[in-house]
Design a protein around this ligand. Structure first.
Ligand code: ZN
Length: 464
């Protein structure tokens, strides 16, 4: 572990890419605008800042990184702001020093400090080794720079053809809490199988597919060169720009909230699914495509549970159900740690996002899908991507409980609409209400109309 950390530090000092300065964030500031409005966002866009607020919500603060030159130009806008961190390089240097120091200590638990890509692989192998009859670790392909991409499949009793729950992490390289919390969830599920009745049932009734590191090149780069790198490592005209993987998905690709300019933080690439990381992702799930019932795309930060759509402000037909399920996730989070996550469609945010994973899983596969923004809530006095390492474990506990609650929903009897575990007249009354309000769940026979046939169809499910 010590060896890996010191290698990372050497890599940092000698910067593999000669174009990059040795101290890429010297004099860079974290700047906070007190409230986002469309006018504010349009004023800062030409400055090409590195916006750090993941989902830009009207009238909420927006954080960004500005180089000394960008900050000079920013001052000319006269926008009210405050400088949260004056020198981000000092912050990054002290973070790496802290990690090198603490990682030497045996008493520092695995989830009590940030971990390198090598440490992740070691941990995934250990987790799978705890119960190889339930968990398998596979390399699903290679990233642009040839790094292996992991997938961990959990299937309790090994039956084929079950409903599938897919959870992926770390599309965005700098969001270090995302793969950490997701790895914690995998670990708890593997440990719990056979000893925890609830987890045992959920691993027997669902097949779980985890892709805990979708952007390994970018993630590694955040350790060796640029802590706040977001995209993959795509070169454009031999220069490093990177594609934002979460704008490269093949559903409503290329629309609002994605950029055609390689220098943008939300550069969508030259075509949908142009990036090998997503090609590997899609190939890996091809075998389960028709069975995916749920999907989570795990990011940090802001404490949000965001349902489709991201590409448009209009809502999908089943928005009521997606919101209900999102609330159930958030309730699990609250019960786990007391943290509050806000639930809503991604498009309630000020800026749209086209070509994102959640829209693809819902639009192309019909799965219930959410973008999860883990803690911290922000704004905090540190970059939200860089909370103190004591935030990793609670983030994992929150993600675990929210995820288990959703999984319970995916295996619930389809006629148990009031979620009390028994089928009664109250479930019939719930169905009637859904039918009257023309909620898609009331169209039980899926013929697009609300007719008497839906009552018969519901009765059939009820008796099953
Ligand atoms: Zn992200």
């Amino acid at each position: 572990m010590v060896r890996l950390i010191s290698l990372a530090c050497v890599g940092f000092a000698t910067a593999a890419n000669a174009q990059e300065p040795e101290k890429p964030y010297a004099g860079h500031k974290q700047v906070r605008l007190p409230m986002a409005t469309r006018a504010v966002m349009e004023a800062i866009e030409p400055l090409s800042p590195d916006i750090w607020t993941h989902s830009i919500v009207p009238l909420r603060p927006v954080d960004m990184r500005l180089s000394p030159e960008q900050y000079e130009r920013f001052l000319e806008t006269g926008l009210a702001h405050h400088v949260v961190v004056d020198d981000l390089q000092a912050l990054v240097d002290s973070e790496l020093a802290r990690i090198a120091e603490r990682s030497r200590l045996d008493e520092v638990g695995w989830y009590e400090e940030y971990r390198t890509l090598e440490e992740y692989w070691e941990r995934w192998r250990e987790i799978v080794g705890l119960n190889p009859s339930v968990a398998t670790l596979e390399t699903i392909g290679q990233s642009l720079e040839g790094r292996d991409m992991p997938s961990i499949v959990l299937n309790g009793d090994g039956r084929e053809g079950k409903p599938v729950f897919i959870i992926n992490a770390c599309q965005h390289a700098r969001e270090w809490v995302s793969p950490a919390a997701t790895t914690y969830v995998i670990e708890q599920l593997v440990i719990g199988y056979g000893s925890d009745a609830r987890i045992t049932r959920l691993l027997d009734e669902l097949e779980w597919v985890f892709l805990p590191m979708v952007n390994p090149d970018g993630f590694d780069f955040t350790w060796t060169d640029q802590r706040f790198w977001r995209k993959n490592k795509r070169l454009v005209d031999a220069r490093l720009f990177g594609v934002d993987l979460n704008r490269n998905w093949d559903y409503e690709w290329g629309g609002a909230g994605s950029s055609g300019s390689p220098s943008s933080g939300t550069y969508r690439g030259t075509a949908p699914f142009s990036e090998p990381e997503l090609e590997a992702f899609i190939d890996a799930i091809d075998r389960v495509r028709g069975r995916v019932v749920g999907h989570l795309d795990v990011h940090t930060f802001s404490q949000l549970v965001l349902s489709p759509w991201g590409y448009t402000t209009s809502s999908p037909a089943n928005i009521a159900e997606l919101t209900e399920l999102g609330d159930i996730f958030a309730r699990g989070v609250l019960d786990a740690t007391g943290a509050r996550y806000e639930v809503g469609p991604a498009s309630t945010t000020l800026y749209l996002l086209s070509g994102n994973a959640t829209d693809w899983f819902h639009g192309a596969l019909g799965a219930a899908s959410w973008t999860i923004e883990l803690r911290p809530m922000g704004p905090i006095s540190l970059p939200g991507f860089d909370p103190p390492p004591d935030q990793i474990l609670p983030a994992g506990q929150e993600l675990l409980e929210g995820t288990l609650r959703l999984a319970e929903e995916f295996v619930r009897h389809p006629a148990d609409l009031d979620r009390d575990g028994v089928l009664t007249i109250f479930d019939f009354l719930r169905f009637q209400k859904l039918w009257v309000t023309q909620d898609p769940r009331g169209d039980v026979d899926k013929d697009g109309a609300f007719t008497a046939a839906d009552f018969h169809a519901f009765h059939e499910i009820f008796r099953r």
